[in-house]
Design a protein around this ligand. Structure first.
Ligand SMILES: [Cu+2]
Length: 648
């Protein structure tokens, strides 16, 4: 049944995220057409992105059809549905029951789960056994349940919750983990199914606070002021961002958080495309401790928790420094109401050291340029951890993604004098299990056009012989990754390995196909065994590089519904048909893992650990594209002449 009123849209581009009015109207249209039951939870409402070709053909002012994609759970029936709603036409375009899946856990469920656990007499008895009587000081974190084949889990929407106790109302909530206590909650019924108590371990003795009142404040810091008296060098128009020859669009979904769309770089008057869409397509944090309250810790923070919905409100001078522009994000709550996350995305530029330099000592002349980078960032808090996602764009055509990990480690308590083998003590009786954080970034590339190929480039030493009489020779060897089966690769830093995304039909002036290369950064392999539940469910972590033929339905590295999924979804299923990849529309997926052997210095709050990778032009440009960056304005004595910045 078509509804009469179309939603108000303020969108000027097909990729603009849904606004508040659009989200609420989309849910209204579903309610009118499908009358979902009173115990329905809205999990996600996000833009249903139009077809890629339609987006690329769009010109400003063209009419756009706005559609929403909605995931919801009927808690009463335990059924998950997907809907596509046309806001323009005011009707439901598709409505589908998705059997046997559990969508992401939403914020309201965390809150209700904590209340249900605190009210449970078995849990209360377990807390009293530990000397805890003021339950208002407890924190119960709903951890995704995983899928371990337990028959009692079958068909239920579950979490395995962990408990902590604050020393006082304003204390660090994670300072006192309650060991040996696991509470299993059915989120659809919002009832406690089981309280598994493995015996009392004393609560750690220290408060572990990190406010200035607790930690003190050092002296000696003089102010640093970032002055941009003429404003920033970028322009932000709606969600379109232009800076130093770059042009891109900023998107945001409740599931992935920040999304980067349609990235181009202007080269000699031509806007050259590089990326169609890039986002963190899932992540997983496998923990290495096999004991009952640890083995299930495998958070998929994107697919299981919707990391976009957990975005912080960012503050100038704190999260970002300088001349800042912010974008709000709009998500939905579980009742389909719009929730604005203020200042969820921070956009600014920052000095990034020197860009290039040469001193001609014979002439006494120097040319040096400062590098500036454009930063698009967002930070999400997922329970104890903070993840900052930073996309950097550089004047030389490089793109970098950095994930900054901070917050508080997931921990446990140990009896005095005990040190488990699967982790480290970080404070008296506080234990941090060894774990890894794997991120998978989906990059729908379009290097000078949609049809690309991917090559692996290794460096090899020439064998000694007549062609290599001095044994010094080495050269690169490029191998086409010609199919999805071939394009499942690991890093090899000792071979200088990188992957080149080339456009075989676009040549640079040397006659070579233009390319961008993916430069791995720090990385690691997973240590969970091949038959571990997490390895099957997060198979994306078993390879660092995957390449797939473009399919708009293939969006998430661990599949559409990783929560409680038995495994095999996402990348392993996307590549099962071993589609050919040469000179076609393809998607590059890169997995990078942070190996976290916890340190006392990570306590009580972790200094940021960054991890990421770069995309660098490789024969994409004819020469260093940043030659035309203006000379810096020098400070102080070296204020004029060719040797402006050279101190003899
Ligand atoms: Cu960690």
């Amino acid at each position: 049944m078509a509804s009469t009123a179309a939603a108000e849209t303020t969108a000027s581009h097909p990729l603009d995220p849904l606004g508040a009015a659009e989200i609420e109207r989309a849910w209204q249209i579903v309610c009118e057409a499908r009358a979902p039951g009173p115990r329905t939870r809205v999990i996600f409402v996000m833009l249903h992105e139009p077809a890629k070709k339609a987006v690329l053909a769009h010109r400003m002012g063209d009419p756009i059809e706005r559609c929403a994609f909605i995931v919801l759970v009927d808690s009463a029936a335990g059924r998950t549905y997907e809907a596509v709603v046309s806001l323009t036409k005011g009707r439901v375009l598709s409505w589908e029951h998705v059997p046997g899946v559990q969508p992401a856990i939403v914020l309201d469920e965390f809150v209700e789960c904590e209340a249900a656990v605190r009210a449970d007499p078995r849990w209360q008895a377990a807390m009293r056994k530990r000397g805890v009587t003021d339950f208002s000081l407890t924190m119960v974190d709903a951890w995704s349940a995983g899928n371990f084949g337990f028959p009692q889990d079958e068909g239920r929407r579950l979490v395995r919750a962990l408990t902590w106790v604050r020393g006082g109302p304003a204390d660090n909530g994670y300072a006192r983990p309650v060991a040996n206590l696991l509470t299993v909650v059915d989120l659809n019924e919002m009832t406690v199914l089981a309280v598994e108590d493995g015996g009392v371990v004393p609560l750690p003795p220290e408060a572990a606070n990190y406010s200035p009142a607790a930690a003190g404040e050092r002296s000696g810091l003089k102010p640093v002021a970032i002055h941009q008296p003429e404003g920033p060098s970028f322009t932000l128009s709606g969600h379109e961002l232009a800076w130093q020859k770059w042009r891109l669009r900023i998107g945001f979904t409740p599931r992935e958080g920040l999304v980067i769309h349609t990235v181009t770089y202007e080269d000699q008057g031509r806007e050259r495309p590089i990326l169609y869409r890039a986002s963190v397509a899932d992540m997983v944090v496998p923990y290495g401790d096999p004991r009952p309250t640890y083995f299930h810790r495998n958070a998929f923070d994107v697919g299981e928790y919707g990391i976009g919905t957990l975005a912080n409100a960012l503050t100038n001078g704190c999260d970002c420094l300088g001349e800042i522009r912010y974008l709000d994000a709009v998500v939905s709550d579980s009742r389909g109401r719009a929730v604005t996350l203020p200042n969820a995305v921070c956009i600014h530029e920052e000095d990034a050291g020197i860009l290039w330099k040469h001193f001609d000592w014979r002439l006494g002349s120097t040319e040096v340029r400062r590098s500036r980078r454009l930063v698009v960032s967002s930070i999400s808090t997922v329970g104890n951890y903070e993840y900052g996602f930073y996309w950097y764009f550089y004047q030389d055509g490089a793109i970098e993604l950095q994930v900054k990990m901070t917050g508080i480690i997931s921990n446990g308590a140990e009896p005095p004098g005990v040190k488990p083998i699967w982790g480290e003590l970080v404070a008296p009786q506080v234990y941090g299990p060894i774990h890894q954080h794997f991120f998978n970034v989906r990059m729908d590339v379009m290097v000078d056009g949609l049809d690309n190929s991917v090559y692996e480039v290794n460096t090899v030493a020439d064998p000694p012989g007549p062609g290599n009489p001095h044994h010094n020779a080495f050269h690169t060897e490029a191998t086409l990754l010609g199919s999805e089966g071939q394009a499942q690769r690991l890093i090899d830093p000792l071979a200088g390995r990188f992957w080149k995304i080339v456009n075989p039909s676009a040549r640079n002036r040397l006659g070579e196909p233009v390319a961008y290369k993916l430069m791995p950064g720090e990385n690691v392999r997973p240590f969970a065994g091949p038959d571990a539940a997490v390895t099957k469910r997060a198979a994306f972590m078993t390879r660092h590089l995957w390449v797939t033929r473009y399919d708009p339905r293939e969006r998430y590295a661990a599949g559409d519904y990783p929560n409680q999924h038995p495994g095999g979804a996402g990348l392993p299923s996307y590549v099962a048909d071993d589609a050919p990849l040469e000179n076609t529309d393809l998607v590059v997926w890169y997995t990078f893992g942070a190996h976290h052997v916890v340190r006392p210095e990570d306590w009580p709050v972790m200094p940021v650990t960054p991890i990421g990778f770069m995309l660098k032009p490789t024969g994409f440009f004819d020469r260093n594209p940043a030659l035309d960056v203006p000379r810096p304005t020098p400070h102080g004595a070296c204020a004029s002449g060719e040797s402006a910045c050279h101190a003899p």
